[in-house]
Design a protein around this ligand. Structure first.
Ligand code: PEP
Ligand code: MG
Length: 584
């Protein structure tokens, strides 16, 4: 009989196929002690296993880079770093040399300790690295025990299937062929894991964090998954299957249509010009953003330069990177966001204090203003890159005018010291903390533009952790409190004549974009995957109609009510396919 299981929505899309209990599990590692004279041999075995594992990880990294691109190729760099991490290596060696444990037992023990450390870390990102740790564990132990993982090649899989496993490691995800494995479901895992990142690159849906209910999914049973809502249906009814088939066909026709229209003007049906820019997480994505018709880079996150690094990145390296992106968009340029570290992203060169509530802690502008070397390097590099095109500097996590004033002063000094080698830059702030909206009149005189970050604003307005799976249903960027704030913000920004864009994920959701257009927003910056869809939504709607829909929602009691009203309107337009977008 058909039954539903809820998990974490990790990679969007829907699929239906028989469940395949693939994956691979190492047998439990037996407790084995050694004689003191055997110590050198065990140490040697451990180092040899580590060396082979490292070689294999590097090979996989190179193959992934070739198959997917630079961003995905980097996934395996963090595993290589783990294999060489002194904490892991020295800890294992000490269990061999001092506790006389066999190499495999010593290594497994150390991994277990690190795993507990990751689980108890106050940084949400540590949870995302658990699958990498599991991958490293399997690889090194496989070497020590002489066991070889069967792999996920099309011959091994014989699809089409949906992979169901306790964990799906990045190594497994990188080998999947989307023609054979239409999606995956994992008992563990988190939204930000490398396995999920690879699922998104493959364009297959993924649902993770299903917990012990993963055991209810038997080999071969028909499984329907919706990676957008996190819902699975085991043994779906004929009605479910029909609904999905229709939605899938419509979605693929639509994708084909959208690709042909990339680069067409983004003007609404009632003639309002809307700016659609792209968000970048890596400089290598700039060319793809151009191909997808982005006007400019509306949000260039710079954290990739610091996360996972053991030292502060130098000014010259940053300058070259920023310049490369500025030059890729010679007409409208780049909005570079200064380091938004802390929260869920922490670099290794900062020994971050373990904040009780990292999202309410030492993060972003707070870190930068406290560390002049880090911030100064970045601002200098940005000012120099601005000599080659248009560059705007965007400050994240602003909660007071004092932070803006201090940055302005620093920027002024830097512009003087860089002299003729630099170019002019505009300075703007992210609106992602309620205090910034409340005190916009104080901040406005010091800034040139604003960018609305709906992801963080939602968590701070609703007191809901954006990464919490348990609270996911409460994390609603269309909650009436936010809907009203968005309205107030656009009116206030208009009073100060400030350019206001939206770079949070709400702008990349067709319904969210519809709401924002109805409220008066005219400038979006969205992830690459959302660009064609949002361009098309813009072309198909009328701002006047959406304004009327939103005016009627001023007393809406729930985000659902707001969503369904705008969704119904979009359903009447050509450019939107509600059936393809709706969840199961
Ligand atoms: C936001 O908070 O909406 C935003 C765009 O920033 P990030 O998701 O990088 O925190
Ligand atoms: Mg943010």
């Amino acid at each position: 009989m058909s039954r539903a299981i809820e998990g974490i929505a990790a990679a969007p899309g829907k699929a239906i196929a028989p469940a395949w209990r693939g994956g691979w599990k190492l047998p439990p590692v037996a407790h084995r002690t050694i004689e003191p004279r055997e110590v050198p041999k065990e140490v040697g075995r451990f180092h040899a296993a580590r060396a082979s594992a490292l070689e294999e990880v590097r090979r996989l990294g190179a193959a992934t880079l070739e198959r997917f691109g630079v961003f995905e190729g980097k996934v395996f760099e963090s595993q290589a770093m783990m294999i060489e991490d002194p904490d892991l290596v020295d800890g294992t060696l000490s269990y061999i040399t001092q506790n006389f444990l066999s190499a495999e037992r010593a290594f497994d023990w150390r991994i277990l300790e690190l795993r507990v450390g990751f689980l108890n870390s106050p940084h949400a990102m540590a949870l995302d690295r658990l699958v990498d740790l599991e991958d490293v564990r399997s690889r090194v132990l496989g070497e020590l025990l002489g066991l070889k993982e069967p792999g996920m090649s099309p011959e091994a899989v014989k699809g089409p299937v949906i992979l169901v496993a306790d964990e799906v490691t990045p190594s497994q995800a990188a080998q999947l062929d989307p023609k054979h494995v239409l999606g995956f479901v994992a008992g563990g895992g988190s939204r930000g894991s490398h396995s999920v990142l690879l699922a998104r690159s493959l364009g297959i849906p993924a649902v993770v964090g299903v917990g012990h209910r993963i055991d209810e999914i038997a080999e071969g049973v028909t499984l329907l998954i919706d990676g957008g809502s996190g819902r699975l249906i085991v043994d779906p009814s004929a009605e479910h299957v029909k609904k999905l088939r229709m939605a899938t066909e419509r979605a693929s026709e639509r994708r084909a249509r959208l690709v042909l229209r990339v680069g067409h003007p983004t003007t609404t049906a009632d003639g309002v010009a809307i700016v659609v820019d792209a968000n970048l997480d890596q400089p290598e994505e700039a060319q793809a953003a151009r191909r997808l018709g982005a006007r400019a880079i509306g949000l260039f996150r710079s954290e990739f330069l610091v996360i996972g690094r053991r030292s502060i990145p130098g000014e010259q390296e940053q300058y070259e990177t920023y310049r490369e992106v500025v030059e890729a968009f010679p007409k409208h340029g780049v909005t570079l966001r200064t380091f938004d570290i802390g929260g869920d992203k922490f670099p290794m060169f900062l020994s971050m204090p373990p904040d009780e509530n990292p999202y309410l802690g030492w993060r972003a502008i707070r870190v930068c203003l406290d560390l002049p070397e880090l911030f100064g390097n970045q601002l200098r590099a940005a000012v120099r890159a601005a000599a080659h095109g248009k560059l705007r500097i965007l400050l994240p996590f602003i909660s007071s005018v004092d932070e803006v004033r201090r940055t302005r002063e620093l920027l002024r000094e830097i512009q003087v010291s860089v002299g003729g080698e630099g170019g002019p830059v505009e300075l703007g702030v992210m609106i992602e903390i309620p205090a910034a909206i409340e005190t916009l009149d104080l901040i406005a005189p010091y800034v040139d533009f604003l960018s609305l970050g709906t992801n963080d604003l939602t968590q701070y307005v609703l007191a809901v952790d954006r990464g919490s799976a348990r609270l996911a249903s409460l994390y609603d960027p269309l909650h009436p409190a936010l809907f009203r704030m968005y309205g107030r913000l656009v009116r206030e920004a208009g009073r100060w004549d400030l350019d206001l864009s939206v770079c949070g994920e709400l702008a990349g959701d067709p319904v969210g974009a519809g709401v924002l257009l109805g409220l008066g927003y005219r400038h979006f910056s969205v992830g690459l995957a959302c660009l064609p869809e949002i361009q098309e939504v813009v072309r198909s709607v009328s701002c006047a109609d959406l304004k009327a829909v939103c005016d009627d929602l001023s007393e809406a009691e729930s985000g659902e009510q707001i969503r369904s009203s705008v969704e119904s309107y979009l359903g009447t337009r050509d450019g939107f396919d509600g059936a393809a977008a709706s969840s199961l």
